[in-house]
Design a binder for this molecule. Structure first.
Ligand code: AMP
Ligand code: MG
Length: 408
C-alpha cells in the first residue's frame, strides 16, 4: 500500500500554479498576488486636516485662552475635494474640513470644538501644538515604496490598500475552475423523490462546497450513472474550461465500478490503495488534450470528504498559487482510548475542545463508519493517528486537522 505522504507528494508534483491573470480588484479578493505592488503615489497624497476646524498660523492663536480668546477673520473655506488652495492672507484663518488640503504656511488645525464655529469670524479658545491635526504627505506610504509582496493572499484590507494607491486591477493567480461529478446509478439529486434503493447525492454537494469554500470556481457537473458511455460523455463535458476534475464513486472493486473501467483506457489515472482509513482507494492522473488533473475519490461520503482534505485541498491551493497548502494542525490529547488499523494512517472524525487548564483534548464523534455523514458533520477536526499506532491511549498526543473555515 502506498503511504499517504507519497500520494500527496505525487499529486502536488503533477500540478503548477495557474498562470497569472489581471483581475479587477474585487474579483481578485482571496486570490494570491503574482506581482510585487509598488505605490506610484505618496499616502497621504498631500498634507491634509484630520479634523473639522480651522487651519492657522500658530503665532496668531498662541495666546488664546477661554478668558482671552483670539478672534480672527475666516478668509478661506476648504471642504474636502477642493481643487486649489489659495495662499492664506496674513492674520486670517481657513475653515477646513477633514481630508481637505491644508494651506501653505499654516502650522496646525484648531478643531471646531475649541472655537465658536464661526463662519466669517472665528473665536479660538485654545491654541493647537505645532503640526497638530495635520496628516503629512507620505507618512503612510512613500511613492516608489513596495506595499504588497508577491504571494500575498488578498484580504479586504489588501484590496483597500490597492485601491488607495490607485490600482484598479491586480496580477493574481486565478481561482481554479473545478468540476465535480458524482457517479453511481443509485444517486438522485436532493429534492427529487426517492424510490427504493436510491439515495440522494451527498458527495457532489459536499465536494463542490469544499472547493467553493477554498475560493475555487467550483460547479457540480451532475450525476452520472454507472454506464460507460455516460461516464465518457460526462468526463468529456467536464474537461471544457476546467482546471481540475473531481469524481466520486465507482473506483472500488465492485462489478459496476465504471469510472475505473473507463479511466483505465483513457488518460493517465493510476488507481492505487493508499494506506489510510477512511479513503483507501484513490485515483489521480491527467485526462484530455490539456492534461487536466483528475481525482477519482471513493464513493462513501466520509471517504470522499477526508480524501478532499488530504489530497485535493493541497492541490487546489497549489493551483491557486498558495504556499501554505494544508489544513491548520493543532496538537491535542486523546480524551478516550480507541483502536487504529496497523499500517494505515487513521483520520478520525472528532471534536476538539480546550480544557480550562489550557490543554486541547480530542474526542471521536459517535461512529467512524465511512457512510456516517451526520457524524462527519458533527466533527470539528480530523485527529490523525500515525501508521504505526494500533492503540490510542488516553492522553496520547495527536495532530488534529481543524475543519473550521477560519482555519483554512
Ligand atoms: P462506490 O465507491 O461507488 O462503490 O460507492 C461506495 C458507497 O458510497 C456506496 O454505498 C454508494 O451508494 C455511496 N455513494 C457513492 N456516491 C455517493 C454520493 N455521491 N453520495 C452519497 N453516497 C454515495
Ligand atoms: Mg458506485
Amino acid at each position: 500500500m502506498k503511504p499517504v505522504e507519497e500520494h500527496v507528494a505525487e499529486c502536488l508534483a503533477a500540478v503548477r500554479p495557474l498562470p497569472p491573470v489581471e483581475l479587477d480588484l474585487l474579483d481578485a479578493l482571496d486570490c494570491v498576488l503574482a506581482e510585487d505592488v509598488v505605490s506610484p503615489v505618496d499616502l497621504p497624497r498631500f498634507d491634509n486636516s484630520s479634523m473639522d476646524g480651522y487651519a492657522v498660523r500658530i503665532p496668531d492663536v498662541a495666546a488664546a485662552t477661554a478668558a482671552h480668546p483670539a478672534v480672527l477673520t475666516v478668509s478661506i473655506d476648504l471642504p474636502a475635494g477642493v481643487d486649489a488652495v489659495p495662499v492664506l492672507a496674513a492674520a486670517t484663518v481657513a475653515r477646513i474640513m477633514t481630508g481637505a488640503p491644508v494651506p501653505e504656511g499654516t502650522d496646525a488645525v484648531v478643531p471646531v470644538e475649541w472655537t465658536d464655529g464661526g463662519v466669517d469670524v472665528v473665536t479660538v479658545l485654545q491654541p493647537p501644538a505645532p503640526g497638530q491635526y495635520v496628516r503629512r504627505a507620505g507618512e503612510d506610504v512613500r511613492a516608489g515604496e513596495r506595499v504588497l509582496t508577491r504571494g500575498t493572499r488578498l484580504s479586504p484590507r489588501h484590496v483597500a490598500l490597492l485601491a488607495a494607491v490607485g490600482r484598479s486591477r491586480a496580477l493574481v493567480h486565478p481561482r481554479p475552475r473545478v468540476v465535480v461529478l458524482s457517479t453511481g446509478s443509485e444517486l438522485l439529486p436532493p429534492g427529487a423523490p426517492l424510490q427504493f434503493g436510491r439515495i440522494h447525492d451527498a458527495n457532489g454537494y459536499g465536494l463542490t462546497a469544499a472547493a467553493l469554500e477554498l475560493g475555487a470556481h467550483a460547479r457540480h457537473g451532475g450525476i452520472v450513472p454507472d454506464d460507460e458511455a455516460a461516464v465518457i460523455a460526462a468526463l468529456q463535458a467536464a474537461l471544457v474550461d476546467t482546471d481540475i476534475v473531481i469524481t466520486s464513486g465507482g473506483v472500488s472493486a465492485g462489478a459496476y465500478d465504471t469510472v475505473k473501467e473507463v479511466l483505465r483506457r483513457l488518460g493517465t489515472v493510476l488507481f492505487e490503495k493508499v494506506a489510510m482509513q477512511p479513503g483507501m482507494p484513490q485515483g489521480f492522473g491527467t485526462l484530455g488534450d490539456r492534461g487536466t488533473p483528475i481525482f477519482t475519490l471513493p464513493g462513501n461520503p466520509v471517504s470522499s470528504m477526508v480524501s478532499f482534505e488530504v489530497f485535493v485541498r493541497p492541490v487546489l491551493r497549489k493551483l491557486a498559487g498558495e504556499t501554505t497548502l494544508h489544513r491548520h494542525v493543532l496538537p491535542a490529547v486523546a480524551a478516550v482510548p480507541w483502536t487504529s488499523p496497523r499500517g494505515k494512517r487513521q483520520f478520525v472524525r472528532a471534536v476538539i475542545e480546550r480544557r480550562s487548564d489550557g490543554v486541547s483534548v480530542v474526542t471521536p464523534v459517535g461512529g467512524q463508519g465511512s457512510h456516517l455523514v451526520a457524524d462527519l458533520a458533527e466533527a470539528t477536526c480530523l485527529a490523525v493517528v500515525p501508521e504505526q499506532v494500533t492503540e490510542v491511549t488516553v492522553g496520547m498526543a495527536l495532530n488534529c486537522m481543524l475543519l473550521d473555515r477560519a482555519r483554512r
